[in-house]
Design a protein around this ligand. Structure first.
Ligand code: GDP
Length: 290
């Protein structure tokens, strides 16, 4: 059965339904309360949690369980389907030539994710290159270069140039043999106008196939503003959630997914280049509920 490693209290509540063939309103309320508790603790937006709860309640009571299905399995299936609907399938990342633009605030993990994604593509047999256009954060160039060395992938940056758009353009030319171009951009501490106009110009210059928003798993409700601003300026096709090796569960990223009508592509699970995973709805849901 799906969702084998549910949080223990949710599993306990569901297990009380084990022997029953019919489900009561109180039973469903109990299950929904447990799910709400876990999701809110994981930073999922209140209105998303409420919508989900309503749908689970409605379907559990309205839909007739298929013959031979216990009340427990009936509710569990509905919970699972609704959660998959909420988190979505992973962003489509075809294994072909492409340009990916990374956006996000400073410290969200863009530079690290750029090198990790390049490593991931190289393991899939494609030739990647990282182009570092962050001229704003001191140390970004050295950090990106070092990480690309560790990932054994091509790197382009220019520490003597302070024009990110020029670096992006020259970077694409200089790495024209690469099949996958990952363009890292500068962040700021907050969403400032110059950040947005800079990334819009880079976006026009590199004409990416997909733009991914990089978010720290601990982002919480701040995800909403960031997601809508970046989506308005460059269009967001997917989200990368970083620092999932910490205690944060990344539920805030669902707000970004909802806001941008996109999905989650990659997860960052550590500081090393290999610490990257493709997003998978099932394990992410288990984590949110766990
Ligand atoms: P940027 O400013 O968006 O480019 O962010 P960086 O890539 O420099 O990341 C900021 C900090 O977060 C650095 O210290 C990274 O090592 C760390 N970091 C990035 N991704 C992860 C991750 O998945 N897990 C952990 N533990 N740390 C990460």
């Amino acid at each position: 059965m799906v969702l084998d490693d549910l949080g223990s209290s949710l599993r306990g509540t569901l297990d009380t339904l084990r022997g029953k063939s019919r489900i009561s309103e109180e039973d469903v309320e109990e299950v929904v309360k447990e799910i709400q508790r876990s999701l809110l603790q994981a930073d999922v937006d209140v209105s998303l949690v409420m919508d989900l709860s309503d749908r689970i309640k409605e379907r559990s009571l309205d839909e007739e369980p298929p013959k031979g299905t216990t009340a427990r399995d009936h509710v569990l299936r509905i919970v699972y389907e609704e959660l998959v609907d909420l988190v979505g399938e992973s962003t489509d990342i075809p294994l072909e030539e492409q340009t990916i633009l990374l956006a996000g605030l400073q410290g969200s993990g863009k530079t690290t994710s750029a090198a990790k994604m390049a490593w991931w593509f190289s393991k899939k047999g494609l030739r990647p290159a990282v182009i570092q256009t962050d001229t704003f954060r001191p140390g970004a160039y050295d950090q990106a270069k070092e990480m690309c060395r560790r990932a054994e992938v091509e790197f382009y940056g220019d520490p003597d140039c302070d024009d990110p758009v020029q670096i992006a353009r020259e970077g694409l030319e200089a790495t024209s043999d690469a099949e996958v171009h990952i363009v890292d951009t500068a962040g700021r501490h907050a969403l400032e106008d110059d950040l947005i106009s800079e990334i819009e110009e880079i976006d026009r210059t590199v004409d990416p196939d997909r733009s991914l928003l990089v978010l720290d798993a601990a982002i919480g409700q701040g995800a909403k503003d960031q997601a809508s601003q970046f989506d308005e300026s460059i269009g967001i096709d997917g989200v990368v959630i970083t620092k999932l090796d910490g205690t944060a569960k990344g539920g805030g990223a669902l707000t970004a997914v909802d806001q941008t009508d996109s999905s989650i592509g990659f997860l960052g699970t550590g500081e090393e280049v290999k610490d990257i995973e493709r997003f998978e709805p099932e394990s992410f849901i288990s984590r949110l509920l766990g």
